[in-house]
Design a protein around this ligand. Structure first.
Ligand code: IPM
Ligand code: MN
Length: 365
């Protein structure tokens, strides 16, 4: 297969973890005889400083021409945020425009913790049980993130406003993907909402429940978001299967899930639209540990696995990467943030060593 892939390295730890993702992609490319052409382009705060825009026109052109996009995390340290005008900050000037441009309405965020890795979780053994396999599916281009905003002088500086809007079509299309994934897994779908307060949630539920009529084989659970946050900590395994979340609620609960895994470094993600998609680590750019060769590249390597499956329709290649990733962890190796007190120092890997070991596992099975 011949494909063009745009690579946006991003900020902070972005370039170093993207490098490991690409290393793994190249190993798979060779073994399966594919031909992936990579096109690097600036994106994020670094792009703002070098090009004057966090999502420069030339980067848009590279992404438009690509079959899929690999994106590293972007963003500045909180203390440095004021060095960039609000509209050019990577969040509103790069990430949200990227999502909008490709209408990436499905955001897959898997929460996978096999039994052998449950010690990573800060939750007690009896709470985490036999491990987790939750696919969180977050709606990514609607809701309060993309509604009209009013702030600043227009309000006399006395108030600010974010509109939350969902259309029937926006809810239907993401719900269909979520039910489909639950059907394949033969596991329940938990629909998360705040219908006791929000009109958009009541509407969301009406559409989701209509879609559910086409999936009577999928067990359906409906849960308020505050209760879901509570239940995620109290008994996370009840969610094994698929969770369907709207944009803002999904943003929060997916980070909470990262906490349950023990590290946001274990959160890969894929953002898929009707024509193309991009993959990214679900965490930030961790400027405090940038260029130290200690960031966990798991989320980026897992994102490359997602790219193969969800953007390029190569599920077998994707599975090979997942297996290699878990094999490294199951052999007891990890990066520093997951090493608990008294952890065998020889099993702590640097970013590059982790990537190398995944590649070795891919090559040697
Ligand atoms: C995420 C991030 C983004 C979001 C930010 C950086 C805009 O937190 O992908 O979860 O809120 O969606
Ligand atoms: Mn987030």
């Amino acid at each position: 297969m011949e494909k063009n892939i745009a690579v946006l390295e991003g900020d902070g730890i972005g370039p170093e973890i993207v490098r490991e993702g690409i290393k793994v992609l190249k190993a798979v490319e060779k073994i399966f005889n594919h031909s992936f052409s990579l096109y690097y382009a600036p994106f994020g705060a670094t792009a703002y400083f070098t090009e004057g825009s966090p999502f420069p026109e030339k980067t848009k052109a590279v992404c438009d021409d690509a079959d899929a996009i690999i994106k590293g995390p972007v963003g500045l340290a909180v203390n440095d945020m004021n060095t960039i005008p609000q509209e050019c900050r990577p969040e509103v000037g790069a990430i949200l425009p990227l999502r909008k441009r490709y209408d990436t309405y499905v955001n897959y965020r898997p929460v996978r913790l096999p039994k052998a890795l449950t010690s990573f979780s800060p939750l007690r053994k009896e709470v985490i049980g036999d491990g987790l396999d939750i696919l969180m599916i977050r709606e990514l281009v609607g809701g309060i993130y993309f509604g009209d905003k009013v702030e600043g002088p227009a309000t006399g500086m006395d108030y600010a406003k974010d509109d939350c809007i969902y259309t029937r079509e926006q809810v239907r299309r993401v719900a269909e993907v979520a039910f489909q994934e639950a059907r394949v897994r033969q596991l329940p779908l938990t629909n998360v909402h705040k219908a006791n307060v929000l009109a958009t949630s009541r509407f969301w539920n009406e559409v989701v429940e209509d879609v559910a009529k086409g999936f009577t084989d999928v067990p359906y659970v409906s849960m308020l978001v505050d209760n879901a946050a509570f239940q995620l900590v109290k008994n996370p395994a009840q969610f094994n299967g698929v969770m369907l979340l709207e944009n803002m609620q999904g943003d929060i609960l997916t980070d909470q899930a990262g906490g349950i895994l023990g590290s946001l470094g274990l959160m890969p993600s894929a953002c898929i639209g009707p024509e193309k998609g991009y993959v990214e680590a679900a965490h930030g750019s961790a400027p405090d540990i940038a260029n130290m060769n200690k960031a966990n590249p798991y989320s980026m390597i897992g994102s490359v696995a997602f790219l193969l499956d969800k953007c390029l329709e190569l599920p077998e290649e994707s599975e090979v990467i997942w297996n290699a990733l878990f094999a490294v962890l199951e052999k007891g190796f990890t990066t520093i943030e997951l090493a608990s007190q008294g952890f065998n120092k020889e099993k702590i890997l640097s970013t590059t060593e982790f990537g190398d070991m995944v590649v070795d596992n891919i090559k040697n099975g």
